[in-house]
Design a protein around this ligand. Structure first.
Ligand SMILES: C[S@@+](CC[C@H](N)C(=O)[O-])C[C@H]1O[C@@H](n2cnc3c(N)ncnc32)[C@H](O)[C@@H]1O
Length: 279
């Protein structure tokens, strides 16, 4: 998700390029020098003065730690890809997901939200919007829920779940999901995120549009007392989305799980106790 496709190389390829240690390039230097924003409170710490090879990162789990893996640049890899790789290799949630058999580090976001809000119950009917690669679905299935999911990316099968490979914004999607559900849902989860453009307003509008579409669907299928969870950005749910949530659910809370990267504006809105649309 967070990795951008590298664009094709412009102009002739240099004949030979010496191997470069990333720590000795601008990549290993302060992010500002690379035109990047610094993550979180680490920005002004004395750690900034350390030599690049020991540059500190802010792992998603919070706090600071030394880089365990320092990725060297490679001829065919763009700097942005090297950075992504370095972050993945040093991310404790990536390592944990691998060790515990989850398909994504995002799984730990739902685990934390569930611990906090008690969302997933045995036998519950759960809808997972934006399910790929399947971390949230795995978590819900493990808690004994029956999951219906959707993503325009393919999701390898997960026993206990049925996942549609389709754009949720396709006009046929709601009916297809409802047919698979075969009744009311107890929980509707949306971790949908469109690829970011880097333009703040556009990205914000896109995520709100997805959250509103998810809420439309949730209000159509949720059983009384049901819960809705959606990814939102920046200041959380606001405007019309927030007033609808407050009107139609007993409680509306925001949370930023530890697995949500500190340098990301992502957070989640959790609405519980569905009363009915417009009630
Ligand atoms: C952050 S990822 C979800 C990760 C997932 N919760 C997990 O634990 O593995 C966001 C997903 O939303 C999907 N998505 C974004 N817009 C969508 C849309 N309109 N319809 C279906 N899926 C969409 C993307 O394809 C992507 O797989």
């Amino acid at each position: 998700m967070e990795r951008r496709k590298s664009s094709s190389r412009q102009g002739p390829r240099p004949k030979k390029r010496p191997k470069v240690d990333i720590s000795k390039t601008a990549l290993g230097a302060e992010p500002e020098k690379r035109g990047l924003k610094r993550a979180g409170p680490a920005a002004k710490s004395p750690a900034d003065k350390r030599p690049p090879a020991k540059a500190s990162v802010t792992p998603s789990g919070g706090g600071q730690r030394e880089l365990a893996v320092n990725v060297k640049t490679a001829r065919k890899r763009k700097l942005s890809s090297t950075l992504w790789l370095q972050r993945q290799l040093n991310d404790p949630f990536v390592a944990r997901a691998k060790a515990e058999g989850y398909r994504s580090r995002a799984a730990y976001k739902l685990i934390e939200l569930d611990e906090k809000f008690g969302l997933l119950k045995k036998g519950a009917r759960v809808v997972d919007l934006g399910a790929a690669p399947g971390g949230w679905t795995q978590v819900a299935v493990k808690k004994g829920a029956r999951v219906i999911g959707i993503d325009y990316l393919g999701v390898p099968p997960i026993p206990g779940a049925e996942i549609l490979e389709l754009d949720f914004l396709d006009e046929t999607a709601p009916a297809k999901l409802k047919a698979l559900l075969g009744g009311k849902a107890d929980v509707v989860l949306s971790d949908m995120a469109a690829p970011t453009t880097g333009h703040k307003t556009t990205d914000h509008l896109r995520i709100i549009a997805l959250a509103e579409a998810a809420l439309d669907f949730a209000e159509d299928v949720l059983a009384p007392g049901g819960a809705f969870v959606s990814k939102v950005f920046q200041g959380g749910a606001e405007g019309e989305l927030l007033s609808r949530l407050k009107q139609d659910f007993e409680t509306v809370k925001h949370a930023k799980p530890k697995a949500s990267r500190s340098d990301s504006a992502e957070m989640y809105v959790v609405a519980a106790g569905f009363r009915g649309r417009g009630k």
